[in-house]
Design a protein around this ligand. Structure first.
Ligand code: NDP
Length: 332
């Protein structure tokens, strides 16, 4: 197997020189174990924010979709695909019944996908899909007719949250980083409004798109735009704090804006969450998203990078906003 080992903490944008690529000999399979070969590796924003908690050197974390190429486990036969948190590596030996403690993507056998690509196990049928499904339904709890605002709206999670919002009968407003992304959100995904946060006046946009103010805010980016949106919320508004990508690359955090008056006087409910809270309901989310996909209610886009050696470029790609939809790396 080849694998990435992180040898230096990130400072600003991740660099190739923060890693070493190492060859590792894999052990013989024991009873219950499988050997997998990675076909698609995931790059996700949490990778930039999360490594600070690890002692170096450490194997790089991350999700992948892999093919089972040897098996001593009847439930996981050769030729089937699994999604799991194996990290940035080409081959893995593991026992599917022994899940690692800190996981964002539990090891699951992919359902039969017919003509859909297995890479969806990293996107709408995987961790971002369940983040959208549970984050919106369980934290924002939107009712039909309510207005949902989403930042990072054209990314893996944001684009999915908006589509579920439309399925649930809500008015959906997105903010994303280019005009093309905004056009895609409105024309292809059915968002009611979408604005380029780099060029729009956020307050004016909210006034236009949410004349009855905002009931649910799905926050993927944090920072100043979130303060502006929270100040435009309705009484008893609900805020799902999913991520804060706008500050992941900063070594010095930007100045803090005081949010508490809006939270108190509008009696807002602000709740952070990690998707693995719903690890025991994982299949429910996957099945709901798969059904919507089959019914034509859910669309997806993938930004595919190529080659195991290009993981760092791909990770930087999402931090720079190169992707619409889910960014993945095709290993071969
Ligand atoms: P995306 O596919 O959305 O990729 C990241 C996107 O963020 C980019 O395309 C870019 O789009 C946008 N972005 C980058 N820098 C900035 C910035 N400074 N300000 C605003 N937007 C920026 O990633 P995901 O959908 O996978 O993740 C979205 C968020 O959800 C992240 O914050 C992530 O950490 C979080 N997350 C949280 C989970 C949880 O369990 N809580 C699970 C999964 C994800 P643009 O062109 O619009 O700038």
């Amino acid at each position: 197997a080849r694998k990435y080992v992180l040898t230096k903490y990130f400072d600003g944008e991740p660099k190739k020189t923060d890693f070493k690529i190492v060859e590792e000999e894999l052990p013989e399979l024991k009873n219950g174990e499988i050997l997998t070969e990675a076909e698609y590796l995931s790059v996700d924003p949490y990778m930039r924010a999360y490594m600070i908690g690890y002692k170096l050197p450490t194997d790089m974390i991350g999700g992948q979709v892999a093919k089972i190429i040897e098996s001593r486990n009847e439930k996981f036969p050769v030729g089937k695909y699994v999604a799991g948190s194996f990290g940035w590596r080409t081959h893995t030996v593991c026992n599917p019944s022994e899940q690692p403690k800190q996981i964002f993507l539990p090891l699951t056998l992919l359902p039969e996908l017919g003509s859909y690509p297995v890479s969806l196990g990293l996107g709408i049928l995987g961790m971002p899909g369940n983040t959208s499904y549970f984050g919106l339904k369980e934290i924002c709890k939107p009712k039909p007719g309510e207005t949902i605002v989403i930042t990072g709206a054209a990314g893996a999670v944001g684009s999915h949250v908006g589509q579920i919002g439309k399925i649930l009968g809500c008015r959906v407003v997105g903010f994303a980083g280019t005009d093309d992304k905004c056009e895609y959100l409105i024309k292809e995904l059915g968002f009611d409004h979408a604005y380029n946060y780099r060029t729009s006046n956020i307050k004016a946009a909210l006034k236009e798109a949410a004349p009855k103010r905002v009931d649910c805010y799905f926050d993927n980016v944090g920072g100043e735009i979130s303060t502006t949106i929270m100040n435009h919320m309705n009484h008893y508004g609900r805020i799902a704090v999913c991520g804060s990508i706008s500050s992941y690359n900063d070594s010095i955090l930007p100045k803090v804006t005081i949010l508490q008056p809006a939270i108190v006087f509008k009696e807002l409910k602000v709740e952070g969450f990690l998707v693995n809270r719903w690890v025991n309901r994982w299949e429910e989310g996957i099945n709901a998203n798969l059904n919507w996909l089959r019914e034509g209610k859910l669309k997806y886009q993938e930004r595919i990078y190529h080659g195991f050696d290009n993981m760092v470029e791909a990770l930087n790609g999402i931090l720079r906003g190169e992707n619409t939809g889910k960014a993945i790396v095709k290993v071969k």
